[in-house]
Every structure is written in structure tokens, then in C-alpha cells.
Design a protein around this ligand. Structure first.
Ligand code: T3D
Length: 266
């Protein structure tokens, strides 16, 4: 019997969402896609959820598309690959980028194919030292999807992006950190502790302001400086109207830790 493909744990201020098909290194099936979508939607509408941690069960983070769903006999009609991209992978990446709070990936093991790029779609990526990132697509005749061709050159530059995509060789976590692909590689045993600590810290932050930071940085990928300055002005007005701005300044002046509510202004 198939296990629950995605697990959610509700913590104080954040949720831990775990991909849970460990015997297949958490490869995506339609059921896992649907369960993950539900988990993210539930987190989004929960006003008390102010950060999210995405990780994998077992020794892998996620091995991308479950290829046993794709195997056909020689000469038989191939599965329609574009459908899954349109129906599941693209909406997933858009959802992760658009969540109004920080999303942390705790990459506990290999992240391959779409699994690697789903991790890269998160705001902060922590990885266990034994983990690796693999743009596996070229090995099976596909191209990096789930935002891979967009994230890679922006994060590591054109030369390394091409090498990773064309050679499909695993990039160990420490090298991923030194290349700027991820935030940090940490000792395996420390991964979940560090990720949860970071999540709790972000969940106690000025959530609406953090959402506006995400929005500004995403827009900067395509804006020119003039446009970006205008956007910063508009978003700063919005951030400056939030109760957390008032609290942040008061706390600074009173030399005490701020107590943010995460609420947006009126
Ligand atoms: O089709 C569409 O809709 C388009 C969308 C595409 C998105 C994509 O993600 S395409 C890319 C798909 N993913 C891959 O090509 C990666 C395939 N996996 C691997 O290359 C390797 O498994 C890893 C490098 C990730 C890990 O290697 P290793 O040696 O640590 O583990 P393993 O022995 O290969 O895997 C463990 C088990 O998981 C194994 O099953 P078994 O033999 O114990 O019964 C293996 O078959 C299974 N597994 C791993 N990845 C997948 C998988 N089963 C189905 N699909 C997988 N993607």
C-alpha cells in the first residue's frame, strides 16, 4: 500500500512539509504532486503559518519525476511530458516562489532532476554535507525543467550552468555552497536542527516585510534599475505602513528584541 506521499507537521509559527516516498528517493508521482499542492495551499491560508520547511524522508531529498510512471515498451507511444510540466511542476514552482512567507529547503540527500530545481525554487537552501544536486535531465534526453534553466545561470553563472545541465554530474553540497547555488552546507546530523532554527527565526520575523523582499528580488531578475527603484519605493511604502515597521523601530530604540506580528498594514 502506498504511504502518505507528503507529511505536514504544524510547529509554532511554521510548518514542516516532508516528501515521503523514501523507497523511491521521494520521486514525484501525480499523488505526491497533489498532496504537496494541498500542503502548500493549507499553509498559505493558515494565518499562523509564517514560514515553511520542505524536506525529504529517508536518504534522498527528491529524485524528480518518478520514471516508473514513464516507462514504455520500445515503439510504444511515449507519455505526454508537457502535460505534467504544465499541470504540476510549473504550478509548484510558482506556488513556492509566491508564498507570502519564507520557504526553506532542507536538502537531506540527493536532489535530482525536478527535485533539484524544486529545492532551488525555495528562498533559502540548506543541505546536508552528504547531499548532492544533480541536473539529471540530459541523461534521459530531457532539459532542466521546474525553473532549472532560469535558476542555474542566475545562481552560478553561464559557464557552470551549462556544465551542470549538459554533463548531468552530481554537484556535492559543499561545492554547491561555494558556487553560490545554495545558502549553506551543514553536517548531516545538524541539518534539521539548523533548518528548524532558521525557520523559527524567520517565522518570528516581520512576515509581510519578508514577503515584500521576496517580491522585490524576484522582480529584480527582469527589471531595469529605474523600474526597480520605482518598485522599491512602492514596496517600501507598503512595508513602512505595517505595524511591524513601527515595532521594529521602537524595539531598536528601546534596545530590546522586536515582537513582530507579521501583519500587513491597513
Ligand atoms: O516526465 C515528465 O513529466 C517530465 C518531467 C521531468 C522532471 C524530471 O525530474 S526528469 C528527471 C527524473 N529523475 C532522474 O532522472 C533521476 C533518476 N535517479 C537517479 O539518477 C538516481 O536514482 C540518483 C542519482 C537520484 C540516486 O542514485 P542512488 O545510486 O543513490 O540511488 P538508486 O539506487 O539509483 O535509487 C534508489 C531507488 O530509488 C532505486 O529503486 P530500487 O532499485 O531500490 O528498487 C531507484 O530505481 C529509485 N529511484 C530513484 N530515482 C527514481 C527512482 N525511481 C523512479 N523514478 C526516479 N526518478
Amino acid at each position: 500500500m502506498e504511504e502518505t506521499p507528503v507529511l505536514t507537521e504544524v510547529r509554532d509559527g511554521y510548518r514542516v512539509v516532508t516528501l515521503n516516498r523514501p523507497q523511491r528517493l521521494n520521486a514525484f508521482t501525480e499523488a505526491m504532486h497533489k498532496a504537496l499542492r494541498r500542503a502548500l495551499e493549507e499553509a498559505e491560508i493558515d494565518r499562523s503559518c509564517r514560514a515553511l520547511l520542505l524536506t525529504g524522508a529517508g536518504r534522498g531529498f527528491c529524485a524528480g519525476q518518478d520514471l516508473s510512471d514513464r516507462m514504455v515498451a520500445p515503439g510504444a507511444e511515449l507519455p505526454k511530458v508537457g502535460g505534467a510540466i504544465e499541470d504540476y511542476y510549473n504550478p509548484l514552482v510558482r506556488k513556492l516562489r509566491g508564498l507570502p512567507f519564507p520557504v526553506i529547503a532542507a536538502v537531506n540527500g540527493v536532489a535530482a532532476g525536478a527535485g533539484a530545481n524544486v529545492a532551488l525554487a525555495c528562498d533559502i537552501v540548506l543541505a546536508a554535507r552528504s547531499a548532492s544536486f544533480l541536473q539529471a535531465f540530459a541523461k534521459i534526453g530531457l532539459i532542466p525543467d521546474s525553473g532549472g534553466t532560469w535558476f542555474l545561470p542566475r545562481l552560478v553563472g553561464a559557464a557552470r550552468a551549462r556544465g551542470l545541465a549538459l554533463l548531468a554530474e552530481p554537484l556535492p553540497a559543499e561545492k554547491a555552497e561555494s558556487w553560490g547555488l545554495i545558502w549553506k552546507a551543514v553536517d548531516d546530523a545538524a541539518l534539521m536542527g539548523e533548518a528548524e532554527k532558521l525557520c523559527a527565526q524567520l517565522a518570528a520575523g516581520p512576515t509581510h516585510g519578508l514577503a515584500l523582499i521576496k517580491r522585490a528580488l524576484d522582480a529584480a531578475e527582469t527589471n531595469g534599475l529605474d523600474q526597480q527603484l520605482d518598485l522599491e519605493c512602492a514596496l517600501q511604502r507598503e512595508a513602512g505602513a505595517s505595524p511591524d515597521y513601527g515595532e521594529g523601530v521602537r524595539a531598536f530604540m528601546e534596545k530590546r528584541p522586536a515582537k513582530f506580528t507579521g501583519r500587513r498594514g491597513a
